[in-house]
Design a protein around this ligand. Structure first.
Ligand code: GLU
Length: 418
């Protein structure tokens, strides 16, 4: 098992895949095929900064697998983006889409940059520059990007516009997570977080945890954490701590989440919220609660932080927040880990509805989207639980097994053999 603080997301992803493959005796050819991405694209992007000086950035698009449908996955803007990280995230998309039964493959993109140090105009040039560098490898039936860390509807709007210009026609289904005015679904922004809350409630029912009396802590209060917190708060849970990159807040009686969300939208951070005590962001691991939701980035629950968590359930809002070493510690301590590929799949499920809506020029309307989101997630939870119970294994490996079975079947269907 890979250990230590320096472990990469790719090590974690490979470890998880190998573990599930071994458990279900996945044919070696299928494992080989899924251990490596189909294609890795690395580009250099030059833009002009507002002061006229040039700046260079490295961008990636990793197309992991299209066995089940077109490549699909978000694009992140973050200083920590590396090729290995994007490879891991792309593989997780393949497994996630297979698990929740949306007919997409897996991909991911990223640009190594610090969005906080870029102006809006510079962000726009970078978004357009990224698309100019990779647009030949994108397309509504080939590879469909979406938002991820630090990229929302605005970035996707610029990218979709640039793609349309280069392509000679506006292709609404080439991107998901678009602004509403360009055919995006109003429900897409909140979808990942709402899915996290829905999964948390589904799991709580199974372990007889009364969510209306439960306490919740969150690391990350962006597009995932904030909407998960709002829905759990609405269900009666007490959200007692929330942190972001700048700091954190704590209130033993429960944070007023709608007011905190409003504060965070206005100021760009949770700290400074009046009705709470300040909390050092690293201390979120020490706050006792029923549920901990890591909703930031990878490698947060490690050999160092896992022993500190005093929580019954970890629901992975982020992709890859738990290292294999951290997970083994949680497992030994009886903490239930709800894996990212299940917990945060709400985003790509709603992306699928956005994409099919473009194809059929109809769409399913707000209520249909909500229902569809719940149906896909409920089915995936049920199937994961069944496999976990049958084999007496943890949820992550069970979820991988459900997904890998579908991928293995698709491979046979394409090739006529394993
Ligand atoms: N970036 C999101 C994820 O990690 C969603 C991707 C998408 O909608 O394609 O699942």
């Amino acid at each position: 098992m890979p250990t230590g603080r320096g472990i990469s997301a790719l090590d974690s992803a490979q470890h998880q895949l190998a573990r599930a493959a071994e458990r279900m005796s996945l044919p070696p050819g299928t494992l080989h095929r899924l251990s490596r991405p189909d294609r890795v694209i690395e580009v250099s992007i030059e833009i002009q900064l507002d002061d006229g000086a040039p700046a260079w950035f490295t961008g990636y698009r990793v197309q992991h697998s299209n066995l089940l449908g077109p490549y699909k996955g978000g694009i992140r803007f973050h200083p920590g983006v590396t090729q290995d990280e994007v490879r891991a995230l792309a593989m997780w998309m393949t497994i996630k889409c297979a698990l929740v039964a949306v007919p997409f493959g897996g991909a991911k993109g990223g640009v190594a940059c610090d969005p906080a140090s870029l102006t809006g105009d510079e962000m726009e040039r970078l978004s357009r520059g990224y698309v100019r560098a990779i647009y030949r490898d994108l397309g509504p039936r080939w590879d469909i990007p979406a938002p991820d860390v630090n990229t929302g509807a605005q970035v996707i709007g610029w990218m979709a516009d640039e793609f349309g210009r280069l392509h000679g026609s506006f292709e609404p289904a080439a991107f998901t997570g678009k602004p509403d005015a360009l055919g995006g679904l109003p429900a897409r922004t909140a979808a990942t977080g709402r899915g996290v809350a829905y999964i948390t409630m589904a799991i709580a029912r199974r372990i007889e945890l009364d969510i209306s009396r439960a306490t919740v802590t969150l690391q990350g209060f962006g597009n995932v954490g904030r909407y998960a917190a709002l829905d759990l708060h609405r269900a009666g849970a007490r959200v007692i701590a929330a942190t972001d990159v700048h700091g954190g807040v704590y209130n033993a009686k429960g944070l007023d989440v709608p007011a905190l969300a409003e504060h965070a939208s206005r100021t760009g951070r949770v700290s400074g919220f009046a009705e709470a005590e300040p909390l050092d962001r690293d201390r979120v691991f020490d706050v006792k609660a029923d549920v901990f939701i890591p909703a930031a980035i990878e490698n947060q629950i490690t050999g160092e932080t896992a022993p500190r968590l005093r929580t019954r359930v970890v629901v992975e809002g982020a992709n890859g927040p738990t290292t294999p070493e951290g997970e083994a510690i949680l497992h030994d301590r009886g903490v239930l880990v709800v894996p990212d590929i299940l917990a945060n799949a709400g985003g790509v499920i709603v992306s699928y509805f956005e994409w099919t809506g473009e194809q059929t020029a109809g769409g399913r309307g707000q209520a249909g989207v909500e229902r569809g989101l719940r149906d896909h997630l409920t089915r995936a939870v049920d199937q994961t639980y069944t496999v976990a119970q049958l084999h007496g294994i943890e949820l992550r490996t069970a979820a991988y097994m459900v997904a890998l079975r579908r991928l293995a079947e698709a491979l046979v269907a394409w090739r006529g053999r394993q």
